[in-house]
Ligand binder design. Sequence first.
Ligand SMILES: *[C@@H]1O[C@H](CO)[C@@H](O)[C@H](O)[C@H]1NC(C)=O
Length: 194
Amino acid sequence: MDASVTLAVTLSLVVAVAVSQVSCRRVTNAQILGFDWKNCGQPDAPAVLKTLSVSPDPITIPGDLKASASGSTSVELAAPLALNVTLEKEVAGFWVKIPCVEELGSCHYQDVCDLLNQLIPPGQDCPEPLHTYGLPCRCPFKDGSYSLPQSDFYLPYMDLPYWLTNGNYRVQGVLGSQGKELGCLKVALSIHSD
Ligand SMILES: *[C@@H]1O[C@H](CO)[C@@H](O)[C@H](O)[C@H]1NC(C)=O
């Protein structure tokens, strides 16, 4: 998955969390520890993330975060772009799949392009820091390489879904179009809040 898609999807999830006030709890001080990632597609997958670095470790919410990323896609990523997310939590040594609740969790999104258009209406500038670096935030994403130099982000107070409790999580995202897998990314992290 290319860097801008990853960022855009992350952004959309964060916004979705913020918007879905129902069955959420206010998090006043949370930490994200041990962030790790890897590609999980075929060796010849068209879309791959090449680098992704996030600091500090742990990341605190609310708090500042630095991130940089780069990736490439050998095919244009255009609508409809399906995304299957699998979110798992470690419970007593086993990985348990968290179902899709209110568009969050292990969900199938029919078209990420459509979601992006809803979040950032066409005609509107892409959010920073994408705008500064001329990175796209809506489909189509042309084939080629993308890179986001190290940038500062602020993670505000946010409402997390009630099921997002302390523990170890892993999430896999598979991006596809017209029955073909385009890329796959796995992320692992731990959440701790008081
Ligand atoms: C998503 O999951 C559905 C149902 O299992 C499957 O038909 C589809 O091909 C998957 N799409 C991707 C992009 O993996």
